[in-house]
Write a new protein. Sequence first.
Length: 263
Amino acid sequence: MVSASAGVLALLVAGVFAAGPLGEALRQVVVSAEGGTAPDAQASVELPPLSTAVAALPDAAGASGSLPGLAGNTDVAWATRMADATNVSVRAIQSYAGVALAKQAENPGCHLGWNTLAAVGSVESGNGTHGGSSIAADGKVSPPIYGIALDGVGVTNIPDSDGGAIDGDPSIDRAVGPMQLIPEAWRNWGTDGSGDGVADPQNFDDSVLATANYLCHAGGDLSTLAGWERAIAAYNDATPYALKVSSAAVTFAATAARTDAAG
């Protein structure tokens, strides 16, 4: 039988630690979307337009490339075009777009675009790729991603709140998963988005859906600058963070518009 402390150590060694927000992950996305050298973050927060994803046809279930859960809401051909244009994986695009489509149906007053979700994911974990992680077809991120210890040394001090049950560390809290949610946020907003019946912060679909739930709750109407800023500040209240997410969301929307126009 493995001791509790040894089990925690094994979990942490098996995971990837994200220092997030991951500025370099964002820089790579901007370079890929724009072409050439990545610009510095914009000087002020710009309200990103709501970029609308293309939904899969109702009879597309079971078709090649379709997925269970919310990611299956997304048209595969559209997701593939967006992936090629943004250098974000098809699997991540399917999740961002599928969750956004679901939230637009469930809570249309939130006006949450897939581009805002993708921007948060880009900054937090390079869309699930930080430290060599990747997203499996079922949404599982491997190796799992863990944030640095939130011990007050250059970061917010968040004492342990979960006994290590969510973040694998019984001594202090850490953000978890590709969207880097702290344990409290996961407990409040985490739910199953992949259709497997399990809410898992290391599942990309579940993590993106939790982020969408949190942003809509915190921001209200994200079609207004005040609402969008309020949502992002609830996630991370540092001004440079809002600037990076805004810049990435605007870039995603512009790239999507160009790609959609080109057919």
